[in-house]
Structures are given as structure tokens and as C-alpha cells.
Design a protein around this ligand. Structure first.
Ligand SMILES: [Zn+2]
Length: 184
């Protein structure tokens, strides 16, 4: 692994894979922690410390929410790999995004159908991890259940074609033959 900076972002390289950490990632982590505190309070956690306190619940929510965001990107990456397109990087910003190689011209990955499947695999992964979280949650007010809800909402919002840079929008672009490389 080597590291460097690019336009203010920290870049870690592991082989051909580059992890780009932008400053705006702090916004995402802060949002997760605030969401964790709010859901902890909504879930009836009133103590600050202790195993059942707000801090532990908020941290658990933040870790689960970030893991779900990564799993969404893994969905895109696996679908890309199925079409011979390697994942070459991960961008952590006020959200997460995976960089996937362009499909070779004329290959089976270079079709609107393949591009649409790669885009839709993110929301599918979100739905799957949401179900998994919900299954292991002990109560509907646990960090697992809240993170499940967030994953479902993330998957659904990403399917709306008119949301800029959403996966649904990417399907729309694929069908109109445009080829964006950064999959949010
Ligand atoms: Zn996505």
C-alpha cells in the first residue's frame, strides 16, 4: 500500500485498487453519528454511557450504516466483475462510490443491459443487507433495525431516475447510451 494526495484527497493504493478519501467524508461520518444519536434517543436510550447507552448505540449505527454503504458498492463491483470490468477504486466522500473499469468496446459488458444490471446491483445489495440487519435485530428500535431502514431507503432513493447520479439515473443514461464511470 502506498499513499498520496490528489486535489486535497488522501489516496491509498493497494495494487490496482485506489481508495480516495475526500474531506467531505467527514460529513458522511458526522451524519451517521448524528443519525445514531437521534435513533438511539428515539429507541429509548437515555443513558449516555454504558453498554446500552447513547454513545454505544450511535457508534453501532454509524458502523452498520457505513458497512451497508460499502456493501452497496460491493454489489456494483461484483456485477461489474461479472461483465469483466474490474473495480479499480473506492471514493469516500459525502457518500461512497466505486470506480469500475470501462467495458471493452464490443464486449458483452458494453451494452445498456449490462450497464443497467451493474447500476441496479447496488440497490439490490442495499435491500439484501437491510434484510440481513433486520433479521438479526433484537428489537425494531435497535441500531440494526435503524441501519436496515437506512439501507432500504438508500436502495429506494437510488432507484429514482430523476435523482442526480442515482443508480436509476445511471440506468436511464445507459439506455440513452451515455457511459459514466463513477458509480455512486
Ligand atoms: Zn449505487
Amino acid at each position: 500500500m502506498e499513499s498520496g494526495t490528489r486535489r486535497g484527497a488522501v489516496v491509498l493504493r493497494v495494487g490496482h485498487f485506489a481508495i480516495e478519501i475526500r474531506r467531505s467524508w467527514a460529513v458522511l461520518l458526522t451524519a451517521y453519528l448524528i443519525g445514531g444519536c437521534v435513533t438511539a434517543l428515539a429507541g429509548g436510550h437515555t443513558e449516555v454511557g454504558g453498554r446500552d447507552g447513547i454513545v454505544v448505540a450511535a457508534l453501532a449505527f454509524a458502523v452498520l450504516a457505513f458497512a451497508a454503504a460499502l456493501f452497496h458498492e460491493v454489489g456494483h463491483a461484483l456485477a461489474g466483475a461479472a461483465f469483466g470490468r474490474r473495480a479499480v477504486g473506492l471514493v469516500l466522500k459525502a457518500g461512497a462510490a466505486v470506480r469500475i473499469e470501462e467495458a471493452a468496446p464490443g464486449s458483452r459488458g458494453a451494452t445498456a443491459w449490462a450497464e443497467s444490471l451493474v447500476a441496479l446491483s447496488g440497490p439490490l445489495a442495499s435491500a439484501l443487507i437491510g434484510l440481513a440487519y433486520y433479521n438479526v435485530s433484537s428489537a425494531v428500535t435497535s441500531p440494526f433495525a435503524w441501519a436496515a431502514l437506512l439501507a432500504f431507503v438508500d436502495g429506494l432513493v437510488n432507484l429514482v431516475p430523476v435523482v442526480a447520479n442515482s443508480d436509476g439515473n445511471r440506468v436511464l443514461l445507459a439506455l440513452t447510451r451515455s457511459r459514466p464511470r463513477l458509480v455512486d
